[in-house]
Design a protein around this ligand. Structure first.
Ligand SMILES: NC(=O)c1ccc[n+]([C@@H]2O[C@H](COP(=O)([O-])OP(=O)(O)OC[C@H]3O[C@@H](n4cnc5c(N)ncnc54)[C@H](O)[C@@H]3O)[C@@H](O)[C@H]2O)c1
Ligand SMILES: [Zn+2]
Length: 341
């Protein structure tokens, strides 16, 4: 799948047993390769082997959001310095979104920017995080606050890598796939996994190509995410990102129906796809307080004018600002009244 971005155009290669072909994605100038990965990612070993007799340095970073930090970026870039990585060399990020965000950001700032190639190893990274050029790390004050737009030189998605992925991590990607289902209006759930990953990449590519720096339509990729971010915080991450996005999608449909933007059949369709095909939750967990959710929604960094949601409607899915908190609460009550699954 080509991501058309002028002189930053690159390919996302999706298919099985492709690791051996990784060198073809690297810039021809690269003599040294810094592989940024994590110890627990089995496919990192075959990636290093595939790099053959190039000068390869492997840098393992820690797990989890606490390690998606400037401290880790310092560790990684100091390892680049030790390896003598020059502007002509390349960084290869092998991992999920955590690794590709850190590796991408380290590449963006090393010598003011060198090439990075991602080997995505989680479903979420394949269909979302590794493509599109958003990179960055967290601060104690908030997620992804320090970052840069830095498009990769190429991306490799081999669904074989997912065989070792824990089921819970898999669900994070399922939530994004359910989102693409509605954004593109495609019957994604009817496709085989490789085909579905490639189609999701194509859908994201179209949004990124049309609006690289999220001035307009790229924001639609946040469909289902406004409530999802609030739910992740309110449940202290007891819900995975994908589970929260699943609930956020059916909630967005319910809110759109309450505002007269879509009819009930569209809400039922959301429930059937999210809860059925993707087997994700569709109801808000008990014990999560509505006041807290409304407060968190108002603080979402994407919110500009009062409560803003991405909602379906007669013109398709669009950003809808200035939604009355009462409507947001009514939709929460409506979702809570559904039979739980
Ligand atoms: N840049 C973007 O556009 C973008 C978009 C969405 C999400 N993100 C970021 O992505 C991150 C989440 O990414 P994620 O869901 O991929 O989680 P992750 O990168 O934290 O990976 C989840 C866990 O799975 C392990 N793992 C990865 N691949 C594996 C494999 N093949 N087999 C076994 N274990 C494996 C990892 O070591 C980790 O413990 C968040 O930090 C989020 O902010 C970025
Ligand atoms: Zn997401």
């Amino acid at each position: 799948v080509r991501i058309p971005l002028g002189d930053r155009t690159y390919d996302v290669v999706v298919g099985r047993s492709l690791i051996a072909g990784l060198p073809t994605l690297l810039p021809s100038t690269a003599r040294r390769v810094a592989v940024v990965t994590q110890r627990a990612i089995p496919i990192a070993d075959p990636v290093v082997s595939a790099l053959g007799d190039r000068h390869v340095v492997r840098i393992d970073i820690g797990n989890g959001e606490a390690n998606k930090s400037l401290t880790t970026v310092e560790h990684v870039t100091r390892a680049f310095a030790e390896a003598g990585l020059t502007r002509d060399d390349v960084v290869v990020g092998v991992g999920g979104g955590m690794v590709t965000d850190v590796a991408g950001f380290a590449a963006a700032v090393w010598h003011r920017g060198i090439a990075v190639v991602h080997v995505a190893t989680t479903l979420l990274a394949m269909v979302d995080a590794a493509i599109g050029g958003k990179t960055g790390v967290n601060l104690p004050e908030g997620k992804n606050l320090v970052g840069a737009f830095w498009q990769p030189h190429g991306v490799l998605c081999d669904p074989d890598a997912l065989d070792t992925l824990p089921p819970r991590e898999r669900r994070s990607g399922d939530g994004e796939m359910a989102k693409y289902h509605f954004l593109a209006g495609d019957d994604l759930d009817a496709m085989a996994l490789d085909e579905r990953v490639a189609r999701c990449v194509e859908i994201k590519a179209a949004f990124v190509a049309g609006d690289e720096r999220e001035g307009s339509d790229r924001a639609l990729l946040n469909y289902g995410h406004t409530l999802a971010h609030a739910l992740e915080i309110a449940t202290d991450h007891a819900l995975t990102h994908g589970e929260a996005v699943g609930i956020g999608l059916v909630y967005a449909a319910e809110l759109a129906a309450l505002l007269g933007r879509v009819d009930r059949s569209r809400v039922e369709e959301h429930r059937a796809v999210v809860g059925g095909s993707y087997d994700l939750p569709t109801t808000i967990p008990a014990g999560v307080d509505d006041d807290r959710l409304v407060d968190l929604i108002g603080r979402d960094k994407k919110a500009r004018d009062g409560l803003t949601f991405v909602l379906d409607g007669p013109r398709g899915i669009e950003v809808v600002p200035d939604i009355a908190p009462a409507a947001v609460r009514d939709a929460l009550a409506a979702v809570r009244s559904w039979p739980s699954r």
